[in-house]
Design a protein around this ligand. Sequence first.
Ligand code: SF4
Length: 339
Amino acid sequence: MTLAELENFLSRWGKERYRARQVSRWIYQRFAEDFMAMTDLSKSFREELSRECLISSPPAERVETSSDGTEKFLFRLEDGETVESVLIPEEDRRTLCISSQVGCALRCGFCATGAMGFRRNMTSAEIVHQVCFALKRLAEKRERLTNVVFMGMGEPLENAREVSKTIAILLSQFGFGISGKRVTVSTAGVVPAMLALAEEFPVSFAVSINAPTDALRSALMPVNRKYPLKELVTVMKSIPLRSDRKVTAEYVLLGGVNDSEKDACGLARLLKGARVKVNLIPYNAHEHGDFTSPSGETVNRFRDVLLAAGIQAITRERRGGDIRAACGQLRGAAQAKTP
Ligand code: SF4
């Protein structure tokens, strides 16, 4: 529950508003798993909460650790579905990549989640739980979570209501208290929901572009038929940004498909005038895709074309590839999609 929901809920019991703030802090900041542990609440209130409410905090069913320190967590949801999140340690950062849907309906051709098809939206409780779990794990090592990215399984803006509730909890000073600039929503380009979310929260956006033309993008990402590149780039330009911020344009480089110098020139033309930085992501192979990863030389050439055109571009370091935790590889414990 967001703070507002908790206030509404407890007001029906005749409780004062500050009670909601107390409960919220216990859950999101002190990770209480039992209402009886909330010792600044009266015993009768704690008993009432225990009778009527549930704090759900199941442990990860599987934890895998990559040779580079990246950790992947598999969570089994109440209906037996599974999702994954990934915790990526860097020198001065701890980034958690979370899932927002079981599977995904958008079926981008290079993505293992897309190959599963769509199973269902996650609830805000299920999305938030991934954050609670990672925070507790980091707290044991006296480490702090610095960034949360909606780049796991699913298209967050196809589950905008639950994602929006999750962001409210992430940003609230009575929730996780994370700054909006450290929360990134990655989207394949669900245009109307992008604008609505940008108006609601000061979060960062990463937009998955992956092709310089509509023909190629539609072949790789069917969502492009609904929201073509021109519309998408127009929205990217209109997202309200602080002067020191940029929208991230993500570009998965697929060997021999979208990685030529001509493609790079096309991308530079497309993004001209937009406040963007480009993240180049060499394709991470998985058994559900037929693409190959380009050579390091091809990646560098592509990046240099963008830099020469005055566009900030970096190549994203591959993390967690040995445990299938890299970008585009998440799939939970999914079997083949049932009809
Ligand atoms: S890349 Fe994102 S939007 Fe596309 S299929 Fe995968 S999870 Fe869905």
